[in-house]
Design a protein around this ligand. Sequence first.
Ligand code: BGC
Length: 379
Amino acid sequence: MCKRWCFTCEMLGRARTGFVLLTATTLVFCYFLLRHTQVLHVQHKRWHSRERMRCVHSGTSNNTKLGTTMETSRGTGHCRTDCDIFVGERPPCITRNISSTGPWCHEMRRKRGNTKVKVNLDSRSMEMLEKLHGADLEPGGLFRPTECTSSQRVAVIVPFRERSLHLKIFLNNIHPFLKKQRVEYMILVVEQAPGSRLNRGMLRNIGVVEGEKLCKFDCYFFHDIDMIPLSERNLYTCGSKPRHHAAALARWNYALPYEHIFGGVVSFKTDLFKKINGYSNMYFGWGGEDDDLYNRVKHHNMDIERYPMKISGYGDLKHRKSEAQNARYSYLKTWKARVEVDGLNSLKYHRYLVEFRRLYTWIYVGIKEPEVLGSYLKK
Ligand code: BGC
């Protein structure tokens, strides 16, 4: 009897010890699980804020310290994700509809008189340019004529990389030129971060996608940074057809090198540009993207138009010519197969920063060449 009793006691004792041990293990396990999740959470938060700081740093430090010289901001590390960072006061255009409250600007434009523009090549600091041209601009380089209503809202998209001197000369010339035309416009400078070869077609597509989020423009100009218009009669509004503006250049002896050339400065009504699916994203390096664009225009049964040669003159600023890419010839043979799948509707990029500066909106983006090309080539 005693033996059985002792056996029961022992079993109970063991069960109690087992229970205590199990509870203790569960508690310890829960404790570590909780701590681990917290640590992960804190680590994630830290990573996130560090990434955001990098974005802000790469965009604003140059603004305050270095007078908006963009090259100096690069190489500081970039976001791995889209940062969704907007720096500066937003331009007010997003809420406004164009409706005529006074005379239309195009009715007030001067048709005759001295229409020649003198290119100003003076080298000025960005602060100086901001003082000279910024007083009547809204944030992001938006201009709205006060004495009349512009029938179109125009975005001038400028692909950019490592050309800060040209940017200053461009801004110093283009602002007075466009203000005189009484066009409602905004300058969008789209800069590609280092890491891949420059892709100007893609930067222009990005300009449109980001531009549409800001203002709903009626008309897009795609403008090389080294082109300065020479005639006031070269109007910066869009016609019913895509227009090639930069047709008369000194480097071509003021004659077109070939009939369907379509680079330098071109303009499109927004719906037309969307209809052709924008530029191809395949052209990394110099050349080809404008020829491909021309093919797209023709493919959609559109014609291009030009002003007469004496109005289409541009001063082109000197620069070191980038290396031409030979792959363009093979891409130009296969353009048709890609029109629907390669363009505005298939952009892959990382938006690091949008900053509304005094004379322009700066859109800083990352493009990964293998990521972009890979997605088309494996199809
Ligand atoms: C290139 C174009 C360029 C043209 C004029 C062509 O070979 O493919 O991109 O606009 O030359 O320089």
